[in-house]
Design a protein around this ligand. Sequence first.
Ligand code: DGJ
Length: 727
Amino acid sequence: MAIFENKQDKTFTLYTKNTMYQMKVDDFGVLQHIYYGKRMEYVDLSYSAWLGVVSFSPNPIDRVNYSNNHAPLELSACGLGDFRINALALRNHDGSLAADPRFYSAEVIKGKYSIPGLPAFYGEEGETLVITLKDSLYDIYFHMYYGVLEEYDLITRAVRIENKSDRSIKLERALSATLDLPNGRYDMVSFYGRHTRERMYERANINHSRLTVESVRGASSHMQNPFVIIADRETNEDYGDAWGMALVYSGNFMVIAEMDHMDKTRVIIGINPENFNYEVPAGDVFCTPEVAMVYSDAGFGKMSNCFHKAIRNNLCRGEYKYAERPVLINNWEATYFDFNADKLVSMARDAAKIGVELLVMDDGWFGNRDNDTTSLGDWFPNEEKLQGTLKSLAERVNNEGLKFGIWFEPECISSVSELYKEHPDYAFKIPGREPQISRWQYILDYSRKEVCDNIYEQLCKVLENANISYVKWDFNRHISDLYSVALPAEKQGEVYHRYMLGLYDLLERITSKFPHILFESCSGGGGRFDCGMLYYMPQVWTSDNSDAIDRLKIQYGTSFAYPVRTMGAHVSVCPNHQNARVTPLQTRGNVAYFGTYGLELDITKMTDEEKAEIKRQIVEFKKYYNLIQFGDYYRLSSPFDEENSLYCAWEVAREDGSEALVCAVRYGQDANSAPETFKVKGLCPNKFYRINGSEEKYLGQALMTVGIRYKYDFFSYPSNLYHITLA
Ligand code: DGJ
């Protein structure tokens, strides 16, 4: 039983395998947050909460010893004395900005809850606790959802706000969760970036000013990721407290961490309140997206593995959830817009010979698109370029022995397109203002059902009329000029979220209509790598930067929350198209193994030697496929830590310690450099192992405690795989 209610203590305690989360309803009905940390036997831990009142912290007239400004709250709201950052700003019908949520009822439900219209973790094996709070004045109910997936130490939260009053209310801020931590000094780890440099690891002290990680771009974005870790100052990969928080949402988001004037830390996470103002009419409801949380008492590594397993097993869906995904070749960097059917077929022919399984035709196959200035929205094949129908091209590729995949950018519209000529109002545009263009394109107003339907029908027509096995769903600009002609002035603050609801609805429809298609999410590389998109598409193009050395940082940062299995990773040519670096082909392969592994190059232009190497890589990748994709993942050294190591190393290991694979890439170049070792993780201490089939046997404990010396090859950017098997 994961959820335990103690009626006498008025506590609710959530248990996962290793963690415990406790709340208590105080004598006045306020739902307090008591504890989130290591699992222990049941005990009412509320003695530890500090509720004192200090000057300038208002208190209710009948409670001189209490202030909302100090209580650890499950639902923090503004207006009634809580001056900290808080999750809820509710404008009542009388114009007041206040909410006073008090306990109303509680219910335990078998299975993990779902949220209508929004992505969420799922699992019949899970449990749900719904605590309903009611405003002390108005008929407004706050259903606090807690989902528990015990096995992965995952606790999810979401709020459903139900307006049972007879007047409309407005939500000016409705975040998914507040997490009040006990006194202590914490850091926040976040993942910033830009195009071709996504999810860079950054760690900052949480001090008395507010630390914010956010996006107001209409997408989760390259610039920040909706995943953060709150950690003790000393926490590292293997040691210390860490609380990971992943928002299951792909639009505007915000995480704020703040240490208040009494040195208590609060974190809030959810939809960004900027340009968010949501009306909940009488009788209606609003659901926040969910946040998934993992607490680890043993550092970041343990936390990451819980997220990886939960995402693989309880977030990703569809036929490719566990199935082996095809090794693909994508023509983007091979040809950009300059291709025709013969070119693609020749690529397919050469690719088939070395074991590639799927060819993806990227941007440029539709309308009149020979560059990025036209045709988004016109999802009909350019039959001149394809030298026939799309169906016939797919057949030609299939005849070479490869599956066929295709690129779309369904949320955007070019100003030069048939769709724009016919429906200029389909694009976001503020009345009287010229809309901002970005990559020559505008954004379609997905808050409108008819716009989504138009695109849905166009996509269906394409996908039904040719043998298509894979879709890359791209999104190459961020949202500005937000305005929907379909909504009145007072509802314009709903458009960002309604856009997301429209997108998610379309994704649900299209992915369930075409269950055999493998969908890969993309947004100018990894601009929308989040748990929201992963619910619909089980892999994401991690970055447009396929340089193996830059990828070390990108994949390292991504790995804190997201499993290897979700990371699109390709081998491309040198000099690299993004940074002109030259790296060994073997290193490019080794790095791409720890992702989906594919090719982003013109195979027809590769030498026989290069083709033979790629053929070898595909065989090797397949050999390790199961271990890499489903093993426990360990970061052994950081690519951001040049002072301590010139190597970036990581590992996957079977949960039972029977097999492991370590990859080490030397990213620094030093003359006369010092020898370095790495310590393996996750082995059985008392068992013996061989490394790459060595004669010599090594004790597990020794490999984990003393380590292995890196093999140093004297050329730029060498890399090595260490396959560790039971002797
Ligand atoms: C951005 C993607 O990340 C690339 O892989 C490619 O598909 C281009 N868009 C095409 O426009």
